[in-house]
Design a protein around this ligand. Structure first.
Ligand code: PLP
Length: 490
C-alpha cells in the first residue's frame, strides 16, 4: 500500500468509524449470532492474490458489525465499561503508523519520555502519593492490563520477600498472597503464573459491605507465619469487580507495614474516579502502597489496552525483572540516566501506548475527565433511586461509583412458587432474576450482566460508555420494569 493509497483508504476508514459511532444507538447492543456464524461468513482460505480495499471495507458492515457486542453503545451497561474516544483512537493510529518498539529508551526516546511524563501528570490528576512520581523514588508505566500489573507486582513482592533469593532460586519457599474473597480473579492467576500456587493464596473474609476485614487479614498472616510460610503480598481492591467495594486501606496498610509485606492496590475500574476530588476518599491510605494500578481503558476514555501502574520504589521493581543480554546493551542504559521500560513489565517489546493517553488528557483536560466521571456517577445514582422506589426490587450492595447491583426481592420473585423452604425460595428467586436479565438482554436495547454476592444472583448495571446519558439508563429501567411485569403476570 503506497502512502497515497493509505491516505485514501485511511480517510474512508476514519469515515467508517465516525459513521459507526453516529449510528451506534440504532444497533442492537449485543449481536444475534450463534457460535460459528461469523466464521461461516469468511472464506475458508486466505486470498492468493491481494484484494481491493473496498472489499475489506464492505466486510466491516457485512461480517464485523453484525457480529459484535457494541461496547461503546450508550445502552451497554455490562461488566465494567471499556471506554474509547476520538483522541484515543487517533493516538493509537499514530502509534501504529510510527510502528515504534519502545523496549529501551534508546529504541524510542520519545515513547519512553512521553510515557514517563504522562504518568506523572496522571499521578497528579489522581493526587497519588508523591513517591509514585518519577521525580521521586517511584514512577509509572503502562501495562496492557490490570492483570499484568498484578503479575508484575507479585514478582516484585516475591523479590522483596525472598531477600533477593527468588531471582536465583525461584519459588523454593512457601510464599503466600492475601486478597479478599471479592478480589478479581487476576490476583489468583498472577499467583499461579508466579509459581506461588492456588494453595498459598488466602482469600480473606469480607464485611457486610464486601470489603476486606483487616482482623481476618491479620489472623491469616499470623497463621502462615506460625507455620513458617513467608507472606509476600497483600492485594487490596478499590472498587471490587462484583460490587465496587473499597477495602479499608489505612488499616490494611498499617498491617502490611508491620509485617513487611508488599501492598499492591488494584483500582482497575474505580481508580479513574479519583480525578474528582469528591471521590478521592476511596484512595485514603494509599500512602502505604508499594504499587497501585488502574485502567484508563475502563473508565477514562482511553481505548483498550491501557493500564496505568505505579510503584513507590522503581529500583526494587527493576532489580526484580531486569536481565541484560549483550544484544540490548547500549550507552544510554549504561549511563543510568534513562528508563528502559522493558524492565518494568513481562514482555520485552512494547508499543507507544502513551500516545493515546496523552491525546486523551490533552483533548479533554482534567475538567473534561471529571465531567465524564461525574456524569456516570450521577446517572448510576439516579438509577439506584428508581430501583429503590419500586418495591419489587432491592439494592444489593453500596454503590459509591457508577455501578448499581440490584435484584428482584425474594418475596416478589418467589410469591407463586410454592417453595417449601428458604433455600428453595432463594433458588426460585435467583432463577427469576436470571430470567429477568435474559429477557432484558434479549431485547437488544440494553445490556446488563450479573454476579453473585453472598451466594445470591444479582444484576449489575454499570454506567460509563462515553455516549451514555440519563435517558439511556431510564430506557434500561423501563425494560427491566416491563420484564418484571411479565414475570409477575406469569
Ligand atoms: N481488577 C479489577 C478490580 C477488575 O474489575 C478487573 C476487570 O474488570 C481486572 C482487575 C482485570 O482487568 P484487565 O482486563 O485490565 O486485566
Amino acid at each position: 500500500m503506497t502512502p497515497e493509497e493509505f491516505r485514501r483508504y485511511g480517510h474512508e476508514m476514519v469515515d467508517w468509524i465516525a459513521r459507526y459511532w453516529e449510528n451506534l444507538e440504532n444497533l442492537p447492543v449485543t449481536p444475534d449470532v450463534r457460535p460459528g456464524e461469523v466464521a461461516a461468513r469468511l472464506p475458508e482460505q486466505a486470498p492468493e492474490t491481494g484484494e481491493d480495499f473496498t472489499a475489506v471495507l464492505a466486510d466491516l458492515d457485512r461480517v464485523i458489525t453484525p457480529g459484535m457486542a457494541h461496547w461503546q453503545h450508550p445502552a451497554f451497561f455490562g461488566y465494567f465499561p471499556a471506554n474509547t474516544s476520538g483522541p484515543s483512537v487517533l493516538g493509537d493510529l499514530v502509534s501504529a503508523g510510527l510502528g515504534v518498539q519502545g523496549m529501551l529508551w534508546s529504541t524510542g526516546p520519545a515513547a519512553t519520555e512521553v510515557e514517563t511524563v504522562v504518568l506523572d501528570w496522571l499521578a497528579d490528576l489522581l493526587d497519588l502519593p508523591k513517591r509514585f512520581r518519577s521525580t521521586s523514588s517511584g514512577g509509572g508505566v503502562i501495562q496492557d492490563s490490570a492483570s499484568s500489573a498484578a503479575l508484575v507486582a507479585t514478582l516484585a513482592a516475591l523479590h522483596r520477600a525472598g531477600g533477593g533469593a527468588w531471582r536465583t532460586e525461584g519459588v523454593r519457599r512457601e510464599y503466600t498472597v492475601y486478597t479478599s474473597t471479592q478480589a478479581h480473579s487476576s490476583i489468583e492467576k498472577a499467583a499461579r503464573i508466579a509459581g506461588i500456587g492456588d494453595r498459598n493464596v488466602r482469600l480473606v473474609e469480607v464485611d457486610e459491605a464486601y470489603a476486606m476485614r483487616p482482623d481476618a487479614l491479620r489472623a491469616a498472616l499470623d497463621a502462615d507465619r506460625a507455620e513458617g510460610r513467608i507472606p509476600a503480598l497483600v492485594v487490596a481492591t478499590i472498587g471490587t469487580t462484583s460490587t465496587t467495594a473499597v477495602d479499608p486501606l489505612p488499616e490494611i496498610g498499617e498491617i502490611c507495614r508491620e509485617y513487611g509485606v508488599w501492598l499492591h492496590i488494584d483500582a482497575a475500574y474505580a481508580g479513574a474516579a479519583a480525578v474528582c476530588p469528591e471521590l478521592r476518599w476511596s484512595h485514603a491510605g494509599l500512602e502505604y502502597a508499594d504499587s497501585y494500578c488502574f485502567d484508563p481503558h475502563k473508565w477514562l476514555l482511553t481505548g483498550f489496552d491501557c493500564d496505568a501502574f505505579w510503584v513507590a520504589d522503581r529500583a526494587e521493581l527493576v532489580q526484580a525483572l531486569t536481565v541484560l543480554p549483550e544484544y540490548l546493551r547500549n550507552a544510554a542504559t549504561e549511563s543510568g540516566e534513562v528508563i528502559d521500560y522493558r524492565d518494568w513489565q513481562v514482555p520485552l517489546g512494547r508499543r507507544f501506548r502513551a500516545l493515546k493517553l496523552w491525546f486523551v488528557l490533552r483533548w479533554y483536560g482534567a475538567e473534561g475527565l471529571r465531567e465524564h466521571i461525574r456524569s456516570g456517577v450521577a446517572t448510576a445514582q439516579r438509577f439506584a433511586e428508581w430501583v429503590r422506589a419500586d418495591e419489587r426490587f432491592e439494592i444489593a450492595a453500596p454503590h459509591p461509583f457508577s455501578l448499581v447491583c440490584f435484584r428482584l426481592r425474594d418475596s416478589n420473585a418467589s410469591d407463586d412458587s410454592g417453595a417449601s423452604d428458604d433455600s428453595d425460595a432463594a433458588n426460585d428467586s435467583d432463577a427469576a432474576n436470571e430470567e429477568l436479565l435474559r429477557r432484558v438482554n434479549a431485547t437488544g436495547q440494553a445490556f446488563l450482566t450479573h454476579t453473585r454476592v453472598g451466594g445470591r444472583y444479582v444484576l449489575r448495571l454499570a454506567v460509563g460508555a462515553p455516549s451514555t446519558q440519563e435517558r439511556h439508563a431510564a430506557g434500561a429501567w423501563k425494560l427491566i420494569q416491563a420484564a418484571a411485569d411479565d414475570l409477575d403476570a406469569g
